[in-house]
Ligand binder design. Structure first.
Ligand SMILES: *[C@@H]1O[C@H](CO)[C@@H](O)[C@H](O)[C@H]1NC(C)=O
Ligand SMILES: *[C@@H]1O[C@H](CO)[C@@H](O)[C@H](O)[C@H]1NC(C)=O
Ligand SMILES: *[C@@H]1O[C@H](CO)[C@@H](O)[C@H](O)[C@H]1NC(C)=O
Ligand SMILES: *[C@@H]1O[C@H](CO)[C@@H](O)[C@H](O)[C@H]1NC(C)=O
Ligand SMILES: *[C@@H]1O[C@H](CO)[C@@H](O)[C@H](O)[C@H]1NC(C)=O
Ligand SMILES: *[C@@H]1O[C@H](CO)[C@@H](O)[C@H](O)[C@H]1NC(C)=O
Ligand SMILES: *[C@@H]1O[C@H](CO)[C@@H](O)[C@H](O)[C@H]1NC(C)=O
Ligand SMILES: *[C@@H]1O[C@H](CO)[C@@H](O)[C@H](O)[C@H]1NC(C)=O
Length: 410
């Protein structure tokens, strides 16, 4: 009971700020609570938060690899050492999307740099899967670890511009030029490589997975991990397809179509090919899907967007599953079933992994408290350990966990 309570608390802390439905995801790093603050860990470790400096991408401007406002794209790199010296983990930052010139322009003055490197914090906290501490991040702590900053608003996948609005949509170039730059900094000699990302970055890790594999020789072990990137093509409670409508704006405004996997665009419309459910079975590189069946962002913005809940009947349910009515729980179960169906075929090949749990959370790999928390359904391993088992082929990880890890159904 107590064990599950603290996850509820962490979630509330981390995702407290929710700005106008779609546009801004709170920069998570600002609010990452340490385990000592949450007081609930069964395995408290001493975490001194690692802060890693921002690096502007070399030749970003020459390659047109720029943020929405035309400033150079950027990443944070912390070098590996020892047994991790030739291993590389690339984490793609998240932060929702922008779907029209108004919402994209808005991002160029965002505090967190989601549309401009001029607004990016000069240091970023590396926690969870990016942590340098073996207690917290036993498998990847000494790898070369990179956070690629998200400043295009289309999951690193657009290539277009709106001159009259002074907007550049260069996600695909940002992705490619960062990979070039990192190759020149030693990634070309990688023995191990893992592409991951959370939220919009988790979607991007799926979109770019096979491309990433293609950057390396076959002797390099390459896998991908999507954290909270499994956005469903869901019908909201008022019968609309709110997220699909939104994606359609993102895809057309930013010229995403050309960069979507051909195996999908050859037989489906581009907006459909921005949904992981239409991509994952055809991705050939080993992929891990980590997602909550009650993903709090999707509940708030896709299943029950504010437009579909004008009277705020879902307000307390969004916050705590325990306060959902029976009919609300039924709707949430329907969403969960849709997710489980969508990963069924994907989960069959040995190489793929998944952990679909039932916490009211969004991203889990960068939150120390979730990443380093033991889950009974994983055989009392942490998410970090289970990912290591899958990455290094020690065992398969295909787990659906029904344990409700907030106060809700305890
Ligand atoms: C954590 O626990 C200690 C000892 O039980 C207590 O003194 C402290 O106030 C708690 N901290 C928080 C943030 O709850
Ligand atoms: C964490 O470790 C540092 C350095 O070893 C030490 O100074 C600090 O007191 C420790 N903090 C806690 C909460 O144990
Ligand atoms: C991790 O980074 C922190 C913050 O820079 C530092 O204090 C600590 O010594 C580092 N830990 C290891 C194991 O390198
Ligand atoms: C612009 O951003 C602000 C603050 O982040 C938000 O409140 C506002 O709704 C956004 N406007 C649009 C059109 O996205
Ligand atoms: C962008 O999304 C907002 C909802 O957040 C919607 O009101 C607007 O019409 C959308 N724009 C386009 C071009 O689809
Ligand atoms: C994608 O996967 C499905 C299901 O395995 C298969 O029927 C289809 O032929 C694949 N499409 C391509 C283009 O590989
Ligand atoms: C979802 O909405 C609830 C209630 O407003 C809020 O507490 C929570 O932070 C939101 N979560 C996300 C990921 O937006
Ligand atoms: C996991 O931990 C619980 C509680 O400590 C224990 O009852 C259970 O047997 C453990 N399961 C495994 C697979 O070790």
């Amino acid at each position: 009971m107590v064990k599950f309570l603290w996850i509820g608390i962490v979630t509330a802390l981390v995702f407290r700020t929710w700005v106008d439905g779609f546009v801004e995801e709170k920069n998570l790093d600002e609010t990452v609570p340490s385990l000592s603050e949450t007081n609930g860990s069964s395995q408290a470790f001493n975490d001194t938060l690692l802060m890693v400096e921002l690096t502007l991408v070399k030749e970003a401007a020459a390659k047109g690899a720029v943020c929405l406002d035309g400033t150079a794209s950027a990443y944070h790199l912390h070098r590996g050492y020892g047994s991790g010296a030739n291993s590389w983990l690339i984490h793609l930052q998240g932060g929702a999307w922008c779907n029209d010139t108004k919402s994209c322009s808005n991002r160029t003055t965002s505090l967190f740099g989601l549309g401009s490197s001029a607004y990016m914090e000069p240091y970023m906290a590396f926690s969870g899967i990016l942590s340098n501490q073996s207690e917290e991040n036993p498998e990847f702590f000494n790898w070369n670890r990179v956070e690629l900053r998200y400043c295009d608003g289309a999951s690193f996948s657009g290539d277009s511009e709106r001159q009259e609005a002074k907007l550049q949509f260069r996600g695909q170039r940002i992705w490619l030029s960062a990979m070039d730059d990192l190759m020149s900094k030693g990634m070309r000699d990688a023995k191990n490589a893992l592409l991951c990302g959370c939220s919009a970055g988790g979607l991007s890790a799926i979109l770019h997975c096979d491309e990433f594999r293609g950057l390396f020789p076959t002797t390099t072990k390459v896998k991908c991990l999507s954290d909270a990137g499994f956005f469903l093509d869901a019908v909201d409670i008022s019968g609309e397809r709110t997220l699909r409508d939104y994606y359609s704006g993102v895809v057309s405004l930013q010229g995403v179509q050309e960069n979507l996997p051909r195996f999908c665009t050859s037989h489906l419309d581009p907006t459909s090919c921005f949904f992981p459910e239409n991509l994952i079975v055809n991705i050939t590189t080993p992929l891990f899907i980590l997602n909550s069946a009650y993903d709090s962002w999707q509940i708030n913005n896709s299943l029950v967007p504010p437009s579909a809940d004008p009277c705020g009947e879902w307000e307390s349910c969004r916050y705590n599953l325990a306060s959902c009515s029976a009919s609300q729980m039924q709707i949430l179960q329907g969403f969960r079933n849709q997710m489980l169906n969508a990963v069924k075929q994907f989960s069959m090949p040995n190489q793929n992994g998944m952990f679909i749990n039932s916490c009211l959370v969004h991203c889990q790999t960068k939150e120390s408290a979730l990443f380093a928390h033991e889950f009974p359904a994983l055989g009392n391993k942490t998410i970090g350990e289970a990912l290591g088992d899958w990455y290094f082929d020690r065992s398969e990880v295909k787990v659906v966990d029904e344990t409700c890890c907030d106060l809700a159904l305890e």
